[in-house]
Design a protein around this ligand. Sequence first.
Ligand code: ACM
Length: 267
Amino acid sequence: MKIGFVQFAPVFGEVASNLARAKTLLAGFDGDIVVLPEFFNSGYLFVSKDEVERLAEEIPTGPTTTMLLEIARAQNIHIVAGLPERAGERFFNSAVVVSPQGLLGTYRKSHLFFEEKLFFTHGDTGMKVFDIAGCKVGVMVCFDWFFPETMRVLALAGADLVCHCANLVLPFCQNAMVTRCLENGVFAITANRTGNDIRGAKRLDFTGASQITGPRGEILYRATAERDEVFSVEVDIHRSRDKQLNPFNDLFADRRVDCYGAITTAL
Ligand code: ACM
């Protein structure tokens, strides 16, 4: 199986040109599963509810999901991509999972970052795992990585691969994904954006360096911090099914769930 990502710099509010750029880059993708960044169609730095209302789209009828469905069908690929979702009166930071046959589903970001909390509702889907050609694919969106429970729950649900749509602004994730993948024995694709969003006095710089990480913590590829990139790599995806570290240690069987009660208790 060949897995990869698209990395680029969306321009805030310029949905048509962001979609066109993503389509051009996707045309160069050679593989089975490709991940695009969080909010790849809209840009990230919302400063008003009006903007969210204007740029959020219904899934699957909005222009972004419609385009992704067309591309997935035409190129015979699976796409995981982030976009602002409108669902009635509520707005979510979502990721769609699109196959050549149609929409497989939507994940809504569980852990909202910083001022996202002003505009978006916490995800209500829970952690989701999709079946893509015998590969179990978990999905998370950016700041979800900061909570180790996210990837643990996905891995326990059988995920071989975690598709991670990101707009990273802190310098920690790419290195941390080595540990996340190692401790769960899974592959991950972090598709991050580059460039910046400058909105009046507010500015965010995004770190690029999209990364594919293997189940023993190997960095299979890390992109540049600045350039647009389309990348894919062939992997033996079922390496993730071997959780045995040595003859005595198994990543899942050795868990001491009798000691972990506080992890599932709210403060
Ligand atoms: C983030 O969750 N976009 C940092």
